[in-house]
Write a protein that binds this ligand. Structure first.
Ligand code: SF4
Length: 376
């Protein structure tokens, strides 16, 4: 491994015990108090790790507690309907994670009598559990000396090793896995792994790391070489794509039309208001009735009103969403994936996050005259 020059070999073979002792000692004093750390059972460890993929710790805290209250065991999760699991995932984004969590729970119950497989190979055979999550569950909940590499620990490891190559493409971080494997101790591997992540989150931060307060400073090659600011090598950011869309809130008395997003769309499986892409410039001028009717596929719209302009992001897309409300007198033909629902039902449905924001412009719970007076 390129990170392993003669000095690095020394770090790995001779100093790993001292490094581990320093790190775990720091962790005992400084660890973050996170709700999922109140138990070291596989189930909460697993749920939290899946939630933490692509979602910030602070945001996960509330979602985790609410989710565990509703689905306290792997059996209760397996027995739930998918739409309910999605409902409790709402707001966390990347809903594929929730579907896989649900599918894995069903597999654990069906094939393993509700017990988690006790090896990383067995864990990785479950939907949504990759190398990192398997390592986290195995080390934290099963006390197995398995390594983990995620964004925080990857940065710490790269700096410790003075590793100055790219880490953002598939396979780039293989040397970090090798290094992590060589460092993880047999005793308290879970604490060591969590300490590495906490150090990355609290001390060895992406910008301006607190090297003066770092328990691993004496082991750190980047610090010795003066290359901390250059490690890890920064990846080029993906170009931002601007997208403009319209969402139609079609009202029929106290009912509103919703559509279920299909596979391959953003928020697949969740309910949303009918939507369409718009041209970038001046999308609504003079054509709101025709536009709404077209989006609603033939339903006749009256009194279109521009309710709001919402902005949100999906991956590298920056979406501007124009929300238009209109009145519809007929339900139209039955269409798969479309439903007229009572306004009071919306809070109980699993909805795409922009749709939830629209539903909260509330507004939708009020007569149209009230909405208009609120907007003045
Ligand atoms: S000394 Fe600085 S760069 Fe090295 S591990 Fe500690 S915080 Fe990170």
């Amino acid at each position: 491994m390129k990170v392993a020059g003669p000095k690095q070999q020394t770090l790995r073979r001779l100093d790993s015990r001292a490094l581990s002792t320093a790190l775990v000692g720091w962790y005992a004093r400084a660890r973050r108090d996170l709700p999922w750390r109140h138990s070291s059972e596989p189930y909460p460890v697993w749920v939290s790790e899946i939630m933490l993929q692509q979602t910030q710790v602070e945001r996960v805290k509330d979602f985790f507690s609410r989710f565990m209250e509703r689905f306290p065991t792997v059996d209760s999760l397996a027995a739930a309907a998918e739409h309910e699991v999605l409902r409790f995932w709402e707001g966390l984004g990347y809903y594929r994670r929730a579907r896989q969590l649900h599918a894995a729970a069903q597999q654990i119950v069906a094939e393993y009598q509700g017990e988690f497989p006790r090896s990383t190979i067995g864990l990785r055979s479950l939907p949504g559990i990759g190398r990192y999550t398997a390592g986290a569950i195995a080390s934290i909940a099963m006390n197995l000396p398995e390594p983990i590499v995620e964004a925080n620990s990857r940065r710490v490891l790269a700096r410790l090793a003075g590793y100055q190559k790219r880490l953002d493409r598939p396979g780039d971080d293989e040397p970090m896995w090798t290094l992590a494997k060589s460092l993880v101790p047999k005793q308290h591997p879970g604490r060591f792994n969590q300490a590495l992540m906490d150090l990355g989150a609290m001390v060895c931060t992406p910008d301006r790391p607190l090297c003066g307060r770092c328990p691993l400073a004496r082991f750190c090659r980047a610090k010795q070489q003066g290359s901390v600011d250059r490690i890890p090598l920064k990846a080029q950011r993906r170009a931002v794509v601007q997208v403009r869309e319209v969402a139609i809130v079609a009202r029929r008395g106290n009912r509103v039309l919703v559509e279920r997003r299909t596979a391959g769309e953003w928020w697949a499986g969740l309910w949303d208001f009918p939507r369409a892409l718009l041209p970038q410039r001046d999308p609504l001028k003079g054509s709101a009735v025709a536009l709404a009717s077209a989006v609603l596929k033939g339903l006749k719209c009256r009194k279109p009103e521009h309710l709001a302009t919402l902005k949100h992001s999906v991956t590298h897309h920056r979406v501007t969403l124009e929300v238009v409300q209109c009145q519809v007198t007929e339900a139209g033909p039955r269409t798969i994936g479309r439903r007229w629902v009572r306004l009071a039902e919306l809070p109980t449905m699993a909805m795409a996050s922009p749709a939830r924001r629209i539903a909260r412009i509330q507004a939708l719970h009020e007569p149209i005259e009230t909405i208009l007076s609120l907007r003045k």
